[in-house]
Write a protein that binds this ligand. Structure first.
Ligand code: CDP
Length: 220
């Protein structure tokens, strides 16, 4: 079983996907963490976010492991390092590079097929698993997303003001939506969940109900 959760930055995909996966008895695969780890590795190796054949080979050769709450890059736990605003910007820049996306495709498909999975990202329902059993497009207003992201950053001991975080989120949405390969967009058969005025529990309930409906339809 494959459940795809796509949506813009800070919509709550991570937390909702984790809780949804628990409720459905699935594993959760954070594909954004893969892009973040790749950006970190490529930056460390001196690559710029440009489409060069060496970059795809570099990406496919990386040893990337994701557990329910950690990400390992060649054995090193990089879970905290990939969560800074700078890492977000860099992830989005490298994610726009076609050879980077190509390099991560096989890994995402392999992980998704290894067990019943909830995968969250930007292009899971449109490109990685267009035949997913259920698809959700989780969004919220930019202001609400900025508030949530600010709270997450504060919890990590990172600073920044609301207007700064809002500007970052809007810039990243713009970049993710306007790239040529696998842009962020709602799949035609995805259910839209707007979490602007929902609590976390409310968002999980709405996603769970939408998934159950799609699974029931698939069984008919
Ligand atoms: O948590 P947040 O929504 O801020 O970001 P994320 O899901 O960790 O993704 C970080 C960046 O990776 C995004 O801004 C996208 O550019 C990229 N990404 C992608 O292109 N495709 C995916 N399936 C997942 C992430």
């Amino acid at each position: 079983m494959i459940i795809a959760i796509d949506g813009p930055a800070g919509a709550g995909k991570s937390t909702v996907s984790r809780l949804l996966a628990e409720r459905l008895g699935c594993i959760r695969i954070d594909t954004g963490a893969l892009y973040r780890a790749v950006a970190l590795a490529a930056t460390r190796a001196g690559f710029a976010a440009r489409d060069v054949p060496e970059l795809e080979a570099f990406v496919t050769a990386l040893d990337l492991r994701v557990t329910q709450d950690a990400v390992f890059l060649n054995g090193e736990d990089v879970s905290s390092e990939i969560r800074t605003p700078e890492a977000s910007r860099s992830a989005s820049a490298f994610a726009a590079v076609p050879c980077v996306r190509a390099g991560l495709m096989e890994l995402q498909r392999r992980l998704g097929r290894s067990a019943p999975s909830v995968l969250d990202g930007r292009d899971i329902g449109t490109v990685v698993f267009p035949d997913a059993d259920a698809k959700i497009f989780l969004t919220a207003s930019a202001e609400e997303r900025a508030k949530r992201r600010l709270a997450e950053l504060r919890a990590l001991g990172l600073g920044g003001g609301l207007s700064e975080v809002l500007a970052e989120i809007e810039a990243r949405d713009m970049q993710d939506t306007n790239r040529t390969v696998a842009p962020l967009r709602q799949a035609p058969d995805a259910v839209l969940v707007d979490a602007t005025s929902l609590t976390l529990e409310g968002a999980v309930d709405a996603c769970y109900a939408a998934v159950q409906r799609q699974l029931d339809q698939g069984r008919e």
